[in-house]
Design a protein around this ligand. Sequence first.
Ligand code: UD1
Ligand code: CA
Length: 463
Amino acid sequence: MSRLTAIILAAGKGTRMKSARPKVLHEVCGRPMLSYVVEAARAAGAEDIVLVINPEMTAVKDLFNDTVSYAYQEEQLGTGHAVRIAEGLVSQTAEEVLVLCGDTPLLTGNLLLELIGVHRGRQAAATVLTAKLDDPTGYGRIIRSAAGTVERIVEEKDANPAEKAIVEVNTGSYCFDKKALFSALAQVGCDNAQGEYYLTDVLPIMQDKGQLVQAYLVPEPMLTQGINNRVQLAAAEAFLRAQIRERHMLAGVTIIDPASTFIDASVTIEPDTVIYPFSILEGNTIIEKNCIIGPSAQIKDSTIGAGAQVCYAVLQEAQVGPGADVGPFTYLRPGTVLAEKSKAGTFVEIKKSYIGPESKVPHLSYVGDATLGRHVNIGAGTITCNYDGVNKHPTVIEDGVFIGSNTNLVAPVKIGRGAYTGAGSTITKDVPTDALGLERAEQKNIEGWAERRRQKALLRKNP
Ligand code: UD1
Ligand code: CA
């Protein structure tokens, strides 16, 4: 099989996005749209990928680093010019070149494989991926010969009324024979309505040389949809999200209400997990089997162990162990690790802490920079005072400790194995193993005080 290089055009400014960010870096289901195109090209067998970008798009380089090569187009002189700039970076051994646009995130590797298959099947010089659209406005129209081959493509701005009536359009993806492409491209001029070098003008040149120029009509036009504005961005997002949910459901995940469930492309979910409404699963999140997620869980870059439960909670870079219980109304911040069968309950915030197996932080607590052993019970209202305004300090709570309600643990501090703290204590010193740490003014009861107060009040009212 011959070697394939993909050239992905992404230098356009994308002005209709009205954004400071390059268009191709806008995200669809949590990933920049350009990364979908790169992935589709790779899945179709492209060994080398050349991105044509504007030199100012440094963020694109940060994203792909040296996994692709970059051709810099300073002035957008047209798609033909963009491909010509990439020529020097196309591998010497490549025989075929895919040309794709960076703003078509719904393209799939399978669709490109079909395009390449049709191209190879007839040893064409060029195979254009085309689509029939209800509203072809804005796209280049496909002018077919009587034999069905492609004679040329006419841009909207150069089209006459009869040409504008054609509903088969150029999607902007092509498979080319490398030699045929670059020799025709050298002959392309810019004598057209936009004064641009049109890539599509290689087609009639090839045609004149007796080379085959054909089209492959896409079975599902949505897959080739380009994103020019944020309305189209939202439509692509909705399309891809629906596919992601469907993939998970067919793989054994119950999604109670697909319409209110949002799952990023990069999320993994194992079978027999149930997702309740209003849940958002983002980034590199992994949810193991038999979990109950939601309602209203927003989970990003986190791992949820088998059989765990997370409801009404926000999780970021957290690890929840098997059988653990999170929520309702819980905030787990980066670096939180809940070991198996532990609990983070109602109105609890945990940051950068390890909660040992079967340990519980059930209500109204802040736990930060803490390490808890196993079977620890944290009373309601307990706060780790981990920050002195300058530095963060650790709290260590060993196995079997019972922290009384409303304890302040002023870090750095350590509570030894099996120890207790008295409710309401502000603990500033380490508590030894099996001790009770108590810091509380002694209670005094003043007999008859309330009755005397009531009498005084009565006297004031009726002197
Ligand atoms: C082009 C096609 C048109 C097709 C449409 C599909 C040509 C002449 N026309 O239209 O037939 O229906 O795509 O969307 O090719 N780009 C560069 N450098 C440039 C110009 C464009 O990198 O100088 C990139 C853009 O970033 C974009 C892609 O090429 O990713 C297509 O450019 P765009 O301006 O959107 O397409 P048109 O030229 O309008
Ligand atoms: Ca244009």
